[in-house]
Each structure stands twice: as C-alpha cells, then as structure tokens.
Design a protein around this ligand. Structure first.
Ligand SMILES: [Zn+2]
Length: 109
C-alpha cells in the first residue's frame, strides 16, 4: 500500500481507497485523465490568484512611490512613513509572488 496525494484536496491517502476520506473525492470513478485535468485546473487557478496578488502588490508599490514623491508629505510625517511602508510591502510581496510563480511552473510541469 502506498500513499498518494488526493487530486482534489492534496491530502495523503491510500492508493487503494476508492474515496478520499478527507473530501470524498471518488478515486475509483475518476480516470487518470480526469485527475490530470483537475490538477491542471487547480494549478491554473493558483497561478491566476498569485498573478492577481502580484498585480496588487505592484499597484501598492507604485502608489506608495508616487505618494512619496508627489504626495506633499514631509519626511518623518505619518503619511510619508506609510508611503514608504507600502513601497516596501509592495516590493517584497511582488518578489515573493514572482518566486512562487517560478516555483510552481518549474516543479509541476
Ligand atoms: Zn481529498
């Protein structure tokens, strides 16, 4: 008996089980083609959500950057500090999302 990942919820299940005990996914009924299709759909959705997040991170970065230069707040002001903070968060978040996309693309193809 070997453990495999449930194609629906990704938890470890026995390869002899007909149904996933966690989510009830019917392994017996699903052809390998169904499973592959389901995994690809999940990967696509995940990539899509990460891409949305990196878009948002970039907007945060640009907005913070623009405010730093043209917002009229002086260094040390709360608004200025918030702008710097959003630049930093936006930048780091963007990088993290790019790395996640690369990892997903590299390891699941
Ligand atoms: Zn499951």
């Amino acid at each position: 008996m070997a453990l495999i990942d449930c194609p629906s919820c990704n938890k470890k299940i026995s390869d002899k089980a007909d149904n996933c005990p966690h989510c009830g996914f019917g392994l017996g009924e699903a052809s390998s083609e169904d499973i592959v299709r389901k995994q690809q759909l999940k990967k696509f959705k995940k990539l899509h959500s990460i891409q949305n997040q990196s878009m948002f991170a970039m907007l945060l970065f640009i907005a913070g950057f623009g405010f730093m230069y043209w917002g009229g707040a002086d260094k040390g002001d709360l608004q200025y500090n918030l702008a710097v903070l959003s630049v930093v968060i936006g930048f780091v978040w963007y990088i993290v999302n790019r790395v996640r996309i690369v990892i997903i693309k590299r390891f699941s193809s």
